[in-house]
Write a protein of this length. Structure first.
Lengths: 464, 591
């Protein structure tokens, strides 16, 4: 804080004038350096609305060191001229008889504060010769504030328990807060953005009356992952290039034997109104353990379980969990990702019902414009890719896959004829990347995550 | 999903009209195709090899169209055009028939018993009086390649050979011989090689080397001869040079050798039905029948050129599809999908004829889908099922959700790490023996990152710390997720286990912080401190932790995990520099 004497002198000056005063004028009338006055203005400002100070800037021309020398002693040329003795030198002296030192005159004019008498061109010329320089001076136009007083009162920074107890706060003045500054970040933990989105999807399914499936089994047999879904044993998805197989434990045991026989038959010979795939179905292929490639393996187990009930009851199931693909990795593909899946089983469900349920589901995600494209999937028929209109990209983008499970999958399980099962799936990562504007999946999932991104991520409301 | 590349102008010419890109995209969408990319040879070469190489290439516009994986009849221009024209009512679906040659007997392919051990099946056909143009010829070669890559499973299930019939004479013999006993001049080579030599020769061939493994270790190799002992092909590797076809070939002998007879028949059917279009007797305006000269003499003589399925109309179709269409109009819809259909005289059924091009149709539900596609998926009324159910959460996930929230409230930040990792991550780096980890092992990982499923969440959290060393300290992380352990008692021999793991990383070890977190978790789980019915910790030796700084956690008398200060060598092996304490427990006992 500047010396109180200066502050009060300043305030007295402000008090005397009407309409305000320039800080440079204050400096010259108090006979102090301008910077001292600027400091005083800032100190008074910190005390509240005592004064108002509006920053102004003015430009003026000043002589440089060399310029000052010339103003005092004449230009270099003139000094050379003067330095020549009367008797003269051989040549040059004869060329001029007298000189007028224009440069010195101009500089002297500036020195006396009459720089405006010079033309811009002349000033710039001298500036180029480094004799003049243009100086910007920041000053304040000072006027009285709403709490103007010529007496300085010390301000308190914070309210204290003592002030509350004694009531002294009533007499005190408090230093104003700077509301433009950021607050102190709270010391807190944070949830991962992908898990926040997972929570929202869980919530949506629960709101729609879907029961969560137990998907805590990453290791699955090829039987439940593929064969039970009527996915033939030579299907490319069962290739080493697409699926992680296990070396230990390499094979699964304990299949429901009569169901396994029915699966074998529908693949190799057909049945239930189907021709089947007509190939040599091998138990060895079905036994191979893998990291599940989709959570539909769990749906198959659940539907089989449902079929073993004494009497069929309609069900709505969902799951959100990890699945694994032995794929080439890039900015949008990892070897593991989360699959979201919904399944409804009841008598007489139709393709229109599937579209209706999808419409309700996606409406909860804030997506209302849907259309469906015929697609192929080994275990659903019909199969539909779900597209939604993306306003930003101005085109239809795929948002999920869906279909009606094939009779070759459902009937061997023992589900009653007439029961249809509709299902759909999508990845959790893609909507999350869109939601949080993340382009590289590695910044979202896995140990290379940017924790600052986790700290800063907003709440997840999928429908807004 | 296979992608078919066709020249746009040829396609439009065949379709009899032009489309804007948007119009064609829309047509594809309705028909279940996807216009994936609009490009040109020039674009492709310039993208892959640079502008320099592309300067000579053609800039004819190419459409790359994604075709459903089971629609082999759409893998070439001929099939695509036929499918779309029938779909848009521009032509009637052709009916394919098998005819005998005008003079002479049908060709025969004799299959010997030796083939049984290596590649037991073969089917064959002849396309007579075909007229190739350069475009048709390219399409013919391209279709074979597409079939090889898809339904033929890179030639393992089926391999196709095509030959100029006028250079060879039947009957043909499909047999298997020792590699040294097979000698012939392979396609586009100047000299003869033995089969053994060929296998060596093709080791460096960028294309063929991928197929060698199919027969390489077999004692006998498959081979096809004509009646004069000329080698037609050594499937599934290479054809002979003698019988090679060209754009001038008039009569094409097609053989498909296979380990899967059903697929061999499908493949043969696809080639002949697609290209009989260019034969001398194409389907004419008068009889609308596509005549194809096709002779088969195979182990099984049945060729499923057409199969009829009937479906009960009123029940399954209308209910499954929400179509309130009359039988007649449904029959019309199906006919537009190349499935010629008629309502039976009693009106109760629709008789559907499945052409050999539609091998994907194996059940009435496939027919229903086609009816729905022809009707337009997006014209179907959306309805709400009346299914009444009560939702339940999976108890383990419910507990996880609740704990996650409270751990974040306790000041820890959630990490999300991979379930797969390297053996080193769960063993060496934690100073553990891999054998003691109960880990499940992956047999075909592409990189070391996917050798095992994690047996603990700790390595993932430590790697997350390492990737975020620039962040202000302390770092407090947690994860609640599954690890995988071998377990003989389950059908697959392994099970998931839900774990809670947390780490505290700072200039001081912060054992008291991580211990405090354990106390908080136990408080949340309503387990009080205590020996018998509560929880307690007890000093333990664990090579992952600093000696004397590790304790085992017991709840209701059972060990549930550990906590402690990590061993400096563990900290180093994860490229960390500060002290770190960790908590690692199983939460399933608290269900």
């Amino acid at each position: 804080m500047a010396d109180t004497g200066i502050l009060e002198s300043l305030l007295r000056l402000v008090d005397k004038v009407d309409g305000g005063i320039d800080s440079q004028v204050v400096a010259s009338s108090l006979g102090v350096d301008h910077q001292v006055v600027v400091g005083a203005v800032k100190s008074v400002q910190a005390l509240g609305e005592v004064i108002e100070a509006e920053q102004r800037s003015s430009k003026h021309w000043e002589l440089t060191g060399e310029g000052q020398e010339i103003a005092e002693q004449g230009s270099h040329e003139a000094r050379v001229f003067k330095a020549i003795p009367e008797e003269g030198l051989s040549q040059s002296q004869l060329m001029v008889e007298s000189i007028e030192d224009v440069v010195r005159k101009k500089l002297q004019q500036v020195q006396m504060g009459h720089s405006s008498q010079l033309e811009e061109k002349e000033k710039n010329e001298l500036k180029k010769r480094k004799l003049l320089t243009e100086v910007t001076v920041k000053s304040y136009w000072i006027t009285k504030g709403s709490n103007f007083s010529t007496i300085i009162t010390k301000q308190e920074t914070e309210l204290t328990p003592e002030m509350i107890a004694s009531g002294s706060w009533k007499e005190k003045k408090f230093k104003p807060y700077n509301f433009d500054a950021m607050g102190v970040a709270p010391d807190s933990g944070h949830l991962h953005p992908l898990m926040k989105v997972r929570t929202q999807f869980r919530q949506i399914f629960l709101e729609m009356g879907f029961t969560e499936m137990p998907t805590n089994n990453f290791i699955e047999s090829s039987f439940w992952n593929f064969d039970s879904l009527f996915q033939p044993q030579q299907h490319p998805a069962r290739d080493q290039h697409d699926t992680f197989f296990l070396s230990d434990p390499a094979v699964a045991h304990d299949f429901p034997q009569d169901y396994l026989e029915r699966v074998k038959k529908v693949h190799s010979e057909g049945g239930y109104g189907s021709q089947g795939y007509k190939y040599d179905w091998k138990i060895e292929e079905a036994q191979k353990n893998i990291l599940r490639t989709h959570t539909t393996a769990v749906s198959a187990r659940m539907l089989y379980k449902l079929a073993q009930q004494e009497e069929f009851t309609p069900v709505k199931y969902f799951s959100i969990d990890r699945v694994f693909r032995n794929e080439t990795l890039d900015a949008t593909h990892l070897a593991e990702f989360h699959q979201i899946e919904g399944v409804v089983a009841d008598y007489g469900l139709t393709l229109g019902d599937l579209m209706g349920v999808l419409h309700q589901f996606f409406t909860k995600l804030g997506i209302t414009k849907l259309r469906f494209k015929p697609a192929y999937n080994p275990y659903t028929e019909p199969s539909m890719e779900v597209f939604s209109y993306h306003k930003g990209l101005n085109k239809w983008v795929e948002v999920g896959n869906s279909g009606v499970f094939r009779p070759e999958m459902l009937l061997p399980m023992g589900l009653p004829e007439g029961v249809s099962v509709i299902a759909w799936g999508l990845s959790l990562e893609r909507p999350t990347m869109i939601k949080y504007g993340i382009n590289n999946i590695r910044e979202l999932v896995g140990h290379k995550v940017n924790l600052q991104m986790v700290y800063d991520s907003p709440v997840c409301r999928l429908d807004s | 999903m296979p992608t078919v590349s066709v020249k746009r102008d040829l396609l439009f010419q065949a379709l009899g009209r032009t489309f804007t890109d948007e119009e064609f995209d829309e047509l594809c969408f309705e028909f279940g195709l996807e216009l994936d990319e609009i490009t040109s040879e020039k674009d492709i070469i310039s993208r892959e090899q640079g502008d320099q190489k592309a300067s000579e290439a053609s800039d004819v516009v190419l459409y790359k169209i994604d075709v459903p994986a089971n629609r082999y009849d759409l893998l070439c221009l001929e099939g695509l055009v036929r499918g779309l024209q029938v779909f848009k009512d521009k032509m009637e679906a052709p009916r394919y028939s098998r005819v005998n040659p005008l003079n002479g007997d049908p060709q025969r392919l004799i299959i010997t018993g030796e083939t049984a051990s290596v590649r037991p099946h073969a089917v064959a056909a002849v396309l007579r009086n075909i007229t190739f143009t350069p475009e048709r010829y390219d399409s013919f070669i391209e279709l074979q390649e597409k079939l090889h890559q898809n339904i033929c499973r890179r030639r393992t299930l089926v391999a196709i050979g095509t030959h100029d019939l006028d250079t060879i004479s039947g009957p043909f013999t499909y047999t298997a011989k020792a590699p040294d006993d097979i000698r012939f001049k392979p396609l586009n080579q100047n000299q003869e090689y033995s089969a053994t030599q060929l296998m060596g020769f093709y080791k460096t061939d960028s294309h063929l080397r991928h197929y060698l493994h199919i027969i390489e270790d077999e004692p006998l190799y498959p081979v096809i001869y004509d009646s004069n002992g000329i080698v037609l092909s050594m499937p599934p590797i290479i054809n002979g040079d003698h019988s090679k076809i060209s754009v001038n070939t008039k009569n094409v002998f097609i053989e498909c050798t296979a380990t899967d007879l059903t697929k061999a028949k499908i493949v043969l059917d696809m080639i002949v039905t697609m290209f009989s279009e260019h034969c001398d007797q194409p389907f004419t305006q008068t009889d609308q029948v596509l005549k194809l000269t096709l002779y088969l003499c195979v182990r099984s003589l049945s060729l499923s050129l057409s199969l009829s399925l009937s479906l009960s109309l009123s029940l399954s179709l209308s209910l499954s599809l929400s179509l309130s269409e009359t039988a007649e109009s449904i029959a019309q819809l199906l006919t537009r999908m190349c499935l010629k259909s008629e309502v039976t005289s009693d009106g109760a059924e629709i008789q559907v004829e499945i052409p050999p091009t539609r091998s994907d149709v194996i059940h009435a539900c496939d027919i229903m889908e086609d009816a729905a596609m022809a009707y337009g998926f997006n014209n179907i009324t959306r309805t709400t099922p009346r299914t009444y159910t009560v939702a339940n959460q999976f108890p383990l996930n419910k507990l996880t959700e609740l704990l996650r929230l409270d751990l974040a409230t306790a000041g820890f930040t959630e990490a999300l790490t991979f379930a797969l990792c390297s053996q080193e991550d769960i063993a060496d780096k934690l100073q553990k023996n891999l054998k003691d980890t109960k880990a499940v092992h992956i047999s075909n990982p592409k990189t070391a990152e996917f050798q095992v499923a994690r047996t603990t969440l700790l390595p993932g959290l430590l790697k997350t710390l390492a990737a975020n060393r620039k962040m202000p300290l302390p770092l407090k992380l947690f994860e609640i997720s599954d690890v995988v352990l071998r377990d003989e008692s389950t059908d697959v021999g392994a099970r998931n286990s839900r774990r809670l793991c947390a780490v505290y990383y700072n200039k001081t070890p912060g054992f008291e912080v991580i211990h405090g977190l354990l106390d908080r978790v136990m408080q949340l789980l309503e387990v009080k401190p205590g020996r018998n019915h509560g929880y307690y910790i007890q000093a333990a030796e664990d090579s992952t932790y600093f000696p004397g700084r590790c304790a085992e956690i017991f709840s209701h008398g059972k060990s549930i995990g550990r906590l402690g200060v990590l061993h400096p060598d563990v900290i180093n092996s994860f490229e960390l520099t500060m002290p770190c304490s960790a908590l690692d427990i199983d939460i399933e006992p608290f269900l």
